[in-house]
Design a protein around this ligand. Structure first.
Ligand code: SF4
Length: 99
């Protein structure tokens, strides 16, 4: 027997992120000290960044800020204090779409 209530529509996180758009600033809002990164033993940013902004290439971290989701994870987990993190200037960066 129906209660008459509409079931909420389930939306996957992956589907939501596909709607995400960016207005990328030419100035990087995150700056990485590559000398400190080179001394980092585990490089957690390479596997904890949800946007894969940190990629290991020949044992060196290659960083790109353009796809950053502004979650702040890299700022918190970097054991080398190698990341200078700011939000993009107003109006720039990620723009989430929830509908
Ligand atoms: S703020 Fe989040 S999405 Fe952006 S680079 Fe850091 S971990 Fe990746």
């Amino acid at each position: 027997m129906s209660t008459g209530e509409a079931k909420p529509k389930l939306i996957r996180v992956e589907d939501l992120l596909q709607r995400t758009v960016y207005d990328v600033d030419h100035r990087a809002h995150i700056v990485v000290d590559s000398e400190k990164c080179a001394k980092c033993p585990k490089k957690p940013c390479t596997y904890l960044c949800p946007a894969s902004c940190y990629v290991l290439v020949d044992d060196r971290i290659v960083f790109s800020y353009e796809g950053c989701l502004e979650c702040g994870t890299c700022r918190v987990i970097c054991p080398m204090d190698a990341i200078s993190w700011n939000f993009p200037v107003s109006g720039k960066g990620v723009q989430y779409r929830f509908s």
